[in-house]
Ligand binder design. Structure first.
Ligand code: SAM
Length: 271
């Protein structure tokens, strides 16, 4: 993967992930709660944008939050300390070389990570081994193909396609949300259930206009301007027109829709 646009490593991107998490807390997390004493592995915690919600909503569960990036982990730890959370241990680790024993956890939580991996089924199969039989995995991913808006704009769709193409070139998949069910099944999970979580934004929901349409989605697409133009995917003028049109959807008569997919599966006894 190139670092130019892999999410999570740059200051602006970290700010975007925090805005995203703030705007979407209820939509994504309202039904995530871990019992007292349960051991939860959060994979790819980044700067802790989801960690803080997980830890606060399940204050008596014990979280181990891992990431491959030392810098992100440091920010996450600082953030959780500032919030007074004491139920999270941070550790640097690679999903593909986890330092824990088999069945070390009751639950695994993965959010916006599979989209960056070239081998998501292998990653999920390795996470399956970390769970005790009957333990659960929760996976949340977006899908840029679920994006539609008013006023519609071919230039805006073209700018979004640049992000999709660049992520594909980096080995990831910005359209992975629609695959959460088959990926979990292929990795050996049972009782898999996926629920689509649609973000619907119009100007009667000002916190989402700002927190999602502007600062999350459009900021993410805007962030690929330089690599998209450098790769010859689009002309600068067309890309800029697309970004203008995405911001246009955040005006009083604009509407923006996007769907996340949240899947939950159980580890089978034979894991
Ligand atoms: C888009 S960020 C998501 C962060 C966080 N889960 C959130 O929802 O805000 C993806 C994270 O996955 C981490 N990551 C990518 N590949 C990884 C790997 N092989 N092992 C562990 N973490 C990884 C990145 O460092 C990054 O922090």
């Amino acid at each position: 993967m190139t670092e130019a646009y892999v999410h999570g490593y740059h200051a602006k991107e970290n700010e975007r992930l925090r805005d995203q998490a703030g705007a979407l807390v209820d939509l994504l997390h309202s039904d995530t709660h871990y019992p007292a004493g349960s051991r939860v592995l959060e994979v790819g915690c980044g700067v802790g944008a989801q960690t803080i919600t997980l830890a606060q909503r399940s204050p008596e569960a014990r979280f181990t939050s891992i990431d491959i990036s030392e810098a992100s982990l440091a920010q996450a730890a600082e953030r959780l300390t500032r919030a007074g959370c004491t139920n999270v241990a941070f550790q640097r680790a690679d999903i593909f070389a986890l330092p824990f024993g088999a069945a070390a956890f009751d639950h695994v939580f993965v959010c916006f990570v599979l989209e960056h991996l070239a081998r998501p089924v292998q990653a999920l199969a390795l996470l399956h081994r970390q769970l005790r039989p009957g333990g659960t995995i929760t996976v949340i991913e977006g899908d840029h193909g679920s994006t539609y808006f008013h006023p519609d704009s071919a230039a805006a769709h073209a700018a979004i396609q640049c992000q999709v193409a660049l992520q594909r070139t980096a080995g990831g998949n910005a359209l992975i949300g629609r695959q959460v069910y088959p990926l979990l099944v292929a990795a050996g999970f049972s009782a898999v259930r996926v629920s689509p979580r649609m973000v619907y934004v119009d100007s009667s929901r000002p916190h989402l206009v700002d927190g999602f349409t502007r600062k999350t989605f459009t900021a993410m697409i805007e962030g690929v301007r330089a690599p998209a133009i450098a790769a010859g995917l689009i002309e600068a003028e067309r890309f800029d027109a697309g970004i203008r049109d995405l911001y246009r959807t955040a005006e009083a008569d604009g509407v923006f829709c996007y769907t996340f997919f949240k899947g939950v599966g159980e580890a089978t006894v034979s894991s």
